[in-house]
Design a protein around this ligand. Sequence first.
Ligand code: NAD
Length: 500
Amino acid sequence: MTKIVNHWIGGRTVDGASGTYGPVTNPATGEVTTQVAFASVEEVDAAVAAAQQAYLTWGQSSLAQRTSILFRFRALLDAHRDELARLITAEHGKVHSDALGEVARGLEIVDLACGITVQLKGELSTQVASRVDVAAIRQPLGVVAGITPFNFPAMVPMWMFPIAIACGNTFVLKPSEKDPSASVRLAGLLAEAGLPDGVFNVVHGDRTAVDRLLEHPDVKAVSFVGSTPIARYIHTTAAANGKRVQALGGAKNHMLVLPDADLDAAADAAVSAAYGSAGERCMAVSAVVAVGGIGDTLVEKIRERAEKIVIGPGDDPSSEMGPLITKAHRDKVASYVTGAAAEGAEVVLDGTGFTVEGREDGHWIGISLLDKVPTSAKAYQDEIFGPVLCVLRARTYEEGVALINASPFGNGTAIFTRDGGAARRFQLEVEAGMVGVNVPIPVPVGYHSFGGWKDSLFGDHHVYGNDGTHFYTRGKVVTTRWPDPSETPAGVDLGFPRNH
Ligand code: NAD
């Protein structure tokens, strides 16, 4: 029997009244296993209304109440890691260990939210003028929305909602329609932890649901993570409707390898970061820039390692890499490899013919490695989002950095070197939001913020860390004067208030 995934509104699952459903596929078999309800405008309105109603009390709740629920949620999340990871693998395709890793990184943000008391401490200046004190406080916004991508169905929502609700907001999540089950399970765990009905809601669907969230007058802020064209659209539309917005987009992450680097360590890092999760990570390394004369040796070391990767179903413990999310995406990824030679690249490994015996309908693709890729090639310019690594050559450090900085994307980047001076220069000169020094995937820990530059992020705030707290609260400054009862009133003064 086909499983049905419904919305979660007001603390319970709600059938898709619109009658529209979308298919969810197991990428390892190609089989449609689930139908997910697609929300109509009225269903989105019902979720926002539930969140707005819940905000009346949640927005006034004490920090102690909120954090005690988050601590219980953390314990439940910890206990259900394996179950969540299995849900993710069944709909996304990534291998179980990778799915467990995503849950663990989401849990880090819940850790941060459990300590929101420290982040929300205000500031106080006493006696700024005679008997005058000034306090700066931060307050929640109201109903906030999150729109999230397929590639991290548990982690990316957890970049957002733990902090949003810890700050006193209520939340409406529109997860990816391609792998919706994890979000509803998270909603169930939040309810079990004691979260009041309506504080966290999930509506599934497509552009209809997204557009309603973008225009709904009761939605005060929108957090988005997904591809660059949609991120740009979300940013423009939400801002035009007067909402606070952060929209994280796509990426093309470069790894610069200097001639003095440990080339074995660099090759290990490049292979792990390029092909992990089949390249469907916004922080995947998709371009290696080899500096000086190391190109041929480095490519050979990458090839040796990449050829050994075991590809298979995500629920098979021997698999290191799973299938891609959809058949259409698999075919698009393959087209970059097929067209690469005509664009001037050398195809070192071509994974387009790969399949898994007995599971030929799965969305399989093997490992591809392209060398000497010209910057004009589509395989270099586009975010492929698959297991395809491009290697480019640069004569000098300066040429390598200029190449990276010419990319329209600026999510993550890394340098591999033994030269501290060069690494320091790179940190300051490279145009990207997250930089690794001998670290290929520099995803910041929960108490630092995550976000890119240029076409990888539209808006002023990164997600989580201090930026997350700032995004989900607004500042208020209170100036107080308690006159001394024995004082003679100063009388009317039409001059501009001065401090003295
Ligand atoms: P996507 O942009 O297709 O979809 C993201 C969300 O937007 C989904 O919920 C989807 O339903 C919705 N959506 C899709 N088309 C829409 C439209 N026309 N109008 C309104 N809403 C729409 O992204 P995806 O394929 O799910 O995810 C992969 C992309 O996400 C990659 O580009 C990847 O780099 C990016 N990503 C970025 C980060 C980051 O932190 N910068 C993290 C993860 C993923």
